[in-house]
Design a protein around this ligand. Structure first.
Ligand code: CA
Length: 228
């Protein structure tokens, strides 16, 4: 499994550093920003697996950021934990209603932080053993088989991983660089053209059963899996 990536959005440096330190030590890949605008850019660029958002930010509120992310099609399922110094129940309700998955009240211990992060990530994680299905195409992660209308498709290991990754987030567009990171791994140095080669092979394998149309090129951006 690839390392999970967490973005910390908090303007108070000592708190942010404490969080980053604890999450990094626990094995997460951690990015940090101090305001609303940088958070938006970073979420689009790095596609974190979870975001910790402080309630009070210098240029807007964490609540507003949470609402905005929930309205964005690409981020609507992104796990969000809100941080706040406000312990009132009404604030907690407001945070959860805005779309946060959980809520941590300051001050908190590193133990509580890690427990909540782990719980939210576990709830959000797709079950690795569940077959992925899109119309007549079925990918079984356990048996490593891809079947379209009862015809088994033979895929190379990279094409299989690529298809599995794309099918896990249908309709979401990934750049070549992102696909290299997620499918090949972050410390592998291969050219972005490599992605095109494997996409082509994947389409060739799916073409005889007319499933190649699901692997779509988004001009100037990258690739996505979609049945539309
Ligand atoms: Ca703050």
């Amino acid at each position: 499994m690839t390392t999970q990536r967490i973005l910390v959005v908090e303007d108070e440096a000592p708190i942010r550093q404490m969080i980053v330190f604890n999450l990094s030590r626990a094995g997460y890949e951690v990015d940090e920003v101090a305001d609303f605008l940088s958070a938006r850019t970073q979420i689009a660029d790095a596609q974190p697996d979870l975001v910790l958002i402080d309630w009070m930010l210098p240029d807007s509120s964490g609540l507003e950021l949470t609402r905005l992310l929930r309205r964005d099609k690409a981020c609507k399922d992104l796990p969000i934990i809100m941080l706040t110094a406000r312990a009132e129940e009404s604030d907690k309700v407001m945070g959860l209603e805005a779309g946060a998955d959980d809520y941590i009240t300051k001050p908190f211990s590193s133990k509580e932080l890690l427990a909540r992060v782990k719980a939210v990530l576990r709830r959000a994680a797709p079950d690795e053993d569940t077959p992925l299905v899109a119309e007549s195409l079925k990918l079984d992660p356990v048996s490593h088989r891809v079947v379209v209308k009862d015809v088994e498709i033979n895929l190379g290991p990279t094409e299989f991983r690529l298809l599995k990754f794309l099918m896990q987030s249908p309709d979401r567009v990934y750049s070549r660089a992102q696909l290299l990171d997620f499918v090949w791994g972050q410390n592998v140095y291969v050219e972005e053209r490599t992605v095109d080669v494997h996409i082509r092979r994947l389409r060739q394998a799916l073409e005889p059963v007319s499933a190649d149309q699901y692997v779509q090129t988004v001009r100037g951006t990258g690739y996505r899996f979609s049945v539309y």
